[in-house]
Design a protein around this ligand. Structure first.
Ligand SMILES: Nc1ncnc2c1ncn2[C@@H]1O[C@H](COP(=O)(O)OP(=O)(O)O)[C@@H](O)[C@H]1O
Ligand SMILES: [Mg+2]
Length: 218
C-alpha cells in the first residue's frame, strides 16, 4: 500500500507537435503533504498542475489520483472526478463576473450535487467574507476575490487543493490572509500542491519541487 495520493508517471505534454511543455516527468505526492512547485516562467508548472487537476490531458504517460488513472478518463468522467476530488485556486480567480460571491460558490455546489445556501454562507464566513455575500467580483478587492475562489474550491470538500500562484496578484496583507487559510486547510489534512515564484512561500511546503524545461531539476 502506498500513501501517495498523486502519482505522475513519465508524463509528457507536447503543444503544436513540437513544444515539450513537460518532458517525461514523474512525481509522487503523499496524502496530506504540502508540495511547493517552483521554477522559471515557462518551465511547465501550470501545465503540470492543470494535468493533475484534470483540466488538461497529457500527450503521453499516466497520472493516478488515489486509485483512479485519470489519464484514462474521458472528458465527462474527468469533469466528474475533478468535482469530487480536486479544488482549484488560480492566480486570476476565474469567478463568474455577473454572479455575486454567494452565487459563485453555489454554482460549484450545483455542478457537484445539490445547492445548499446555508453551507455556501458557512464557507464564505470561514474565509472572512460573511459581509460580502451579495457583492459581485467587480465590487470585491483582489484579496476578497481570491477568498471567494478558495471558498468555491472548498465547498465540495475535496481532499486535494491545487493552487497556481494564489498570491501572485495580491499585496502582502491579502497574500498573508490567503496563505493562512491554506495553512489551516493543510493542518486539517488537505493535500496541497502550490506553485509559487516566491521562495519564502515555497518554504511553507514540506517539500519543494524545482522544475526546469518540463522536468524536475531537484
Ligand atoms: N495552450 C498552450 N498552447 C501552446 N503552448 C503552451 C500552452 N500552454 C503552455 N504552453 C507552453 O508550454 C510551456 C510551459 O508553460 P507553463 O506550463 O504555462 O509554464 P509555467 O507555468 O512554468 O510558466 C511554455 O513554453 C508555454 O509557452
Ligand atoms: Mg504558470
Amino acid at each position: 500500500m502506498s500513501n501517495d495520493i498523486i502519482r505522475v508517471k513519465n508524463v509528457s505534454k507536447i503543444y503544436n507537435n513540437r513544444l515539450k511543455a513537460l518532458n517525461d516527468l514523474s512525481l509522487l505526492i503523499r496524502d496530506g503533504e504540502w508540495t511547493s512547485i517552483m521554477g522559471p516562467s515557462g518551465s511547465g508548472k501550470t501545465t503540470l498542475l492543470n494535468i493533475i487537476g484534470c483540466l488538461d490531458s497529457a500527450t503521453s504517460g499516466s497520472v493516478f489520483i488515489n486509485d483512479t488513472e485519470t489519464t484514462k478518463l474521458n472528458q465527462k468522467q474527468l469533469t466528474c472526478f475533478r468535482r469530487e476530488n480536486i479544488g482549484l485556486i488560480f492566480q486570476q480567480y476565474h469567478l463568474v463576473p455577473y454572479l455575486n460571491a454567494l452565487e459563485n460558490v453555489m454554482m460549484a455546489q450545483f455542478y457537484h450535487s445539490v445547492v445548499n445556501e446555508k453551507d455556501a454562507i458557512e464557507v464564505l464566513k470561514r474565509v472572512g467574507l460573511g459581509n460580502r455575500l451579495n457583492h459581485i467580483p467587480a465590487h470585491l478587492s483582489g484579496g476578497e476575490q481570491q477568498r471567494v475562489c478558495i471558498a468555491r474550491a472548498l465547498i465540495n470538500e475535496p481532499n486535494i487543493l491545487l493552487a497556481d500562484e494564489p498570491t501572485g496578484n495580491l499585496d502582502q496583507k491579502n497574500g498573508d490572509l490567503v496563505l493562512n487559510l491554506i495553512k489551516e486547510l493543510h493542518n486539517e489534512g488537505h493535500t496541497i500542491v502550490l506553485i509559487t515564484h516566491n521562495s519564502q512561500i515555497g518554504k511553507l511546503g514540506q517539500r519543494i519541487v524545482n522544475m526546469i524545461d518540463g522536468k524536475i531539476s531537484s
